[in-house]
Design a protein around this ligand. Structure first.
Ligand SMILES: Cc1ncc(COP(=O)(O)O)c(C=O)c1O
Length: 460
């Protein structure tokens, strides 16, 4: 059996063989096997925002892989950097480092608003979250709050698939697996479309933020280590809060001596038009988790980035040591990929493009309100947007499950050569940051066409 990926050489027979092996031996992450068995999409090539299947079909990836392909597909210079590092020294002896790991720590600090920042590199987003939370707890211990083990987060958020990060999330996209981590406490998430309380959106956002304060007061500040939240919650349907929300979180964390963790696994590195999302609101979190776009998915890497204030607490003796170890965390080959990737970001001003094209995308998406089933268009902060569909715009009533949106829409979009992810009541849009206006028009036209087809089918 060969492992060729040249589409020209993939016969129908070979594709069938691959389908058979996958169907018999593979798990796809978080997808029912029956939903893809025999019909798995297999991609063999990508360039820019476009990807090509084994049988030669071309699609626009409107989800940047899974929220990560920020530099776009086919960047051979990242492959070259990976090759160079792997052939020089792929990984160093224990207790030492390599040039790309060191340079990446410097580059992250240069791009991060606190230039004194220190990075703990890991392999992905879930590990970044685990690391940030352990770092916060240890920081509290070092600073005399040894009983601070509780971590506050929000319902409907997503923080990863490992045991601790699942406890912190509140998303139906993850299996809960019995009792949560002790000390995981959830509060109301921000929702700009269906405001959790009546009133002016800014007042409501502050009220939502204040729920953290209520819990801290009730539990006792000495028991709470950290607050963790995504600046823009993708899991909750691309929820962009008003500036006052994160500003209030910062005030609460300061007042009660709680560590503020921004989970920027999706938003980090330019997705919201700034390198880091809280920069949009003038807020500096204590620890930031990143992954995905740091390498644009060319290699697995994540990090917990601590401000100088937090990181300096770990300089001292045995008691101050952060005893946290992940063998392949920050692998040199992945670090080399990250550096080459971030070099592209700077050279091509991808973060500026995110802001400019994000504004254009948000403007163009407004045209979709011509469909009666469009209830809300969210975004406006970089290249991260969502279209929410409703059965009744006035009352914001969702479609019943029997309407089958989650099955129908991905196919309708795919038939128009657009790759989506979990499109149903909410269509998320998160393309590579290198996208241009024509490609945005392509996405908006695909959604427009799919919605017309859906309306016809539903008799609307
Ligand atoms: C906000 C957020 N945090 C953490 C994670 C977990 O990252 P990973 O899947 O790389 O472990 C994700 C994944 O989508 C995420 O969106």
């Amino acid at each position: 059996m060969t492992s060729t990926i040249n589409p020209e050489t993939l016969s129908g027979e070979r594709i069938e063989e691959l389908q058979q092996i996958a169907g018999d031996h593979m798990f796809m992450h978080a997808v029912q096997i029956n939903d893809w068995r025999g019909n798995l999409k297999v991609y063999v090539r990508g360039e820019g925002v476009w990807v090509e299947t084994a049988d030669g079909q071309r699609h626009l990836d409107a989800m940047a892989g899974l929220w990560y392909k920020s530099a776009g597909y086919g960047r051979t210079e990242i492959a070259d950097a990976v090759y160079a590092q792997m052939t020089a020294i792929d990984s160093p002896p224990a207790g030492s480092s390599t040039i790309p790991q060191i340079e990446l720590a410097g580059k992250v600090a240069e791009l991060y608003p606190d230039h004194g920042a220190r990075s703990f590199f890991v392999s992905g987003g879930s590990e970044a979250v685990e690391t940030a939370v352990k770092m916060a707890k240890k920081y509290q211990i070092i600073n005399g709050k040894a009983g601070a083990y509780k971590v506050l987060s929000r319902r409907y958020s997503y923080h990863g698939g490992t045991a601790m990060s699942v406890s912190l999330g509140g998303s139906p996209a993850a299996d809960p697996m019995g009792p949560l981590m002790p000390g995981a406490i959830h509060v109301t998430n921000w929702d700009s479309y269906r405001l959790p309380y009546a009133g002016d959106p800014v007042d409501v956002a502050i009220k939502c933020a204040n729920e953290f304060e209520t819990v801290i007061k009730h539990q006792g500040a000495e028991t709470v280590a950290a607050i963790i939240a995504e600046p823009v919650s993708a899991a909750a349907g691309i929820q962009v809060p008003p500036a006052e929300y994160w500003q209030r979180l910062r005030e609460i964390a300061d007042q009660y001596g709680v560590i503020l963790i921004a989970d920027e696994v999706i938003t980090g590195f330019g997705r919201t038009g700034e390198y880091f999302a809280p920069m949009n609101w003038g807020v500096q979190p204590d620890i930031t988790t990143v992954a995905k776009a740091i390498t644009s998915g060319y290699a697995p890497l994540g990090a917990a980035v601590a401000t100088k204030k937090i990181a300096d607490a770990f300089i001292g003796g045995a008691g101050e040591t952060f005893k946290h170890l992940i063998t392949f965390g920050g692998h040199p080959v992945a670090a080399a990929a990250a550096l080459a990737n971030l070099n592209i970001f700077e050279r091509e001003d991808l973060v500026g493009n995110s802001k400019r094209m994000g504004n254009y995308l948000f403007e163009q998406l407004q045209s979709l309100f011509s469909h009666k089933i469009v209830g809300d268009v969210r975004g406006g902060l970089g290249l991260l947007a969502a279209v929410e569909l409703v059965a009744d715009r006035e009352s914001k009533t969702p479609f019943p499950a029997s309407a089958g949106l989650a099955k129908k829409l991905p196919k309708m979009l795919f038939d128009r050569d657009m790759v989506s992810f979990r499109a149903g009541d909410v269509i998320s849009i998160c393309p590579p940051l290198s996208i241009n206006k024509d490609e945005i028009d392509f996405i908006v036209n695909a959604i427009d066409g799919a919605l017309s087809e859906l309306e016809d089918e539903l008799g609307i």
